[in-house]
Design a protein around this ligand. Structure first.
Ligand SMILES: [Zn+2]
Length: 120
């Protein structure tokens, strides 16, 4: 599936968002629907809300973007990683959330180039 100049622009925004992550491994996610940004998120380290104990796993940028309560049906999701290794494919758990949210396209970096895949 062809990467368009708009895809490159939205991915560049996801990369800028990733650069603002407070995590050691910096990820950013942008959701676009009908040509408009509907959600932005970085990944985030977490502590359990009740016990205040630091949890090993962070909330992923994709999870946080999808969880913002926006209408994700047929949106495009851009996943970026601010790192010398730009590989930013969503993990298996995020893949399931992406499919469940009705997102139609996912654009990420495979380590060598941008990739666009159809979801569902
Ligand atoms: Zn994930």
């Amino acid at each position: 599936m062809e990467i368009t100049s708009k895809d490159r622009a939205w991915y560049a925004l996801a990369l800028k968002v990733a650069s603002e992550s407070m995590c050691a491994d910096m990820h950013g996610c942008v959701l676009v629907r009908k040509g408009t940004v509907i959600a932005l998120a970085t990944n985030r380290d977490t502590t359990h809300p009740a016990s205040n104990i630091y949890l090993k796993d962070s909330l992923h940028a994709e999870q946080r973007a999808i969880s913002k309560g926006v209408r994700t049906y047929q949106a495009k999701l851009y996943s970026a990683r601010y790192h010398t290794n730009p590989q930013s494919a969503p993990c298996q758990m995020c893949d399931m959330m992406i499919a469940d949210a009705g997102i139609s396209r996912v654009i990420y970096h495979d380590g060598a180039k941008l990739v666009k895949v159809r979801v569902g």
